[in-house]
Design a protein around this ligand. Structure first.
Ligand code: PBG
Length: 333
């Protein structure tokens, strides 16, 4: 009787591919480079002004002049795009949010200054009324309700002002229905057909945005929550409906936000639609890494790079991350 041939060794030795750094690099499936980053920045009024954002160690609000310089340095590090968020003087917040489409508001000044300082860099914006809204919401509040269609009209004016200031990529982050189509139609009508839209498509009503609201001075103003317009964290199919909808209305790229807790949504969006997908590693995610690092509980640099690589593995084309300059410096060696 012949016994079956059983090899005296494991049939598969996957460790053979992990035996050296060189071989690991050779078979690595995903890579992270500074090309993957959009750097979100906060702009404040004044000149030569730089204020620390306490809940986001290492992040500062910069005045327009310093921001233009920082953008130049970021582009030199290989970061292709910047996303501008204004810290708005509370005195400029009103019920009609008119400051949002003021051609000379802080955000539009910053767009012009960055395009002037580093024309090659892609400048992205945020479209939502919250920085200008007396009650801190992304849309108009009428009788306690966030009204959709009136808000969309205001968002169109806001987006056009940004396009006119020279923005390359508009980022509607408000989650109103119909805003992508309305903004795209207005851009076409006004001769801005080359302005791209990166829609905050699957934006969840998340507790991870806390430090950001401090950074832009919106936490004090916000009454209630954003659950009637931002997504329920329990949902996934709904995100796919939103991706399909935003693409059909004229979005060029889509975003999932927050990032790491929603990698499953990133992966579904990429595999089901095959379009450029971005994740926003938001303020709370950044703050957690920094806080644990400051306590000596984690190796901040390694955790940062691992978290960013996770987005690439999930299928993202890029990441909006406050780590952009810090990570780019390390990746550039
Ligand atoms: C504005 C906006 C928010 C963020 C980006 N755009 C806050 C919010 O929706 O309350 C959050 C970004 C971050 O937390 O880093 N609509």
């Amino acid at each position: 009787m012949t016994s079956p041939i059983v090899p005296p060794f494991p049939a598969s030795r996957l460790r053979r591919l992990r035996k050296s750094d060189a071989l690991r690099r050779l078979v690595r499936e995903n890579t992270l480079t500074s090309d993957d980053f959009i750097w979100p920045v906060f702009v404040t009024a004044g000149k030569g002004q730089r204020d620390a954002v306490v809940s986001m160690p290492g992040v500062e609000r910069l005045s327009v002049d310093l921001l233009a310089q920082a953008a130049k340095e970021a582009y030199a590090l290989g970061i292709p795009a910047i996303c501008i968020f204004p810290y708005t003087d509370p005195a400029l917040k009103t019920e009609d949010c008119a400051e949002a489409w003021n051609p000379d508001n802080l955000s539009n000044q910053a767009i012009r200054a960055v395009k002037d300082a580093v024309p090659e860099m892609q400048v992205m914006t945020d479209i939502a009324l919250d920085p200008y809204n007396i009650n801190g919401h992304d849309g108009y509040v009428v009788d306690g309700q966030i009204v959709n269609d009136q808000t969309v009209e205001a968002l169109v004016k806001m987006g056009l002002a940004q396009a006119e200031a020279g923005a390359d990529i508009l980022g509607p982050s408000d989650m109103m229905d119909g805003r992508i189509g309305a903004i795209r139609t207005a851009l076409e009508a006004e001769g801005h057909q080359n302005v791209s839209i990166l829609s905050y498509t699957a934006k969840y009503a998340s507790a991870f945005y806390g430090p950001f609201r401090d950074a832009v001075g919106a936490s004090g103003a916000l009454k209630g929550d954003k659950k009637t317009y931002q997504m329920d964290p329990g949902n996934s199919d709904e995100a796919m409906r939103l991706v399909a909808r935003d693409l059909s209305e004229g979005a060029d790229m889509i975003m999932v936000k927050p990032g790491m807790p929603y990698l499953d949504i990133c992966q579904r969006a990429k595999t089901e639609f095959g379009v450029p997908v971005f994740a926003y590693q938001v303020s709370g995610e950044y703050a957690m890494v920094k806080a644990a690092t400051q306590n000596g509980w984690i190796d901040g640099e390694k955790v940062m790079l691992e978290s960013l690589m996770a987005f690439k593995r999930a299928g993202c084309d890029g990441i909006l991350t406050y780590f952009a300059p810090e990570a780019a410096k390390i990746l550039n060696g």
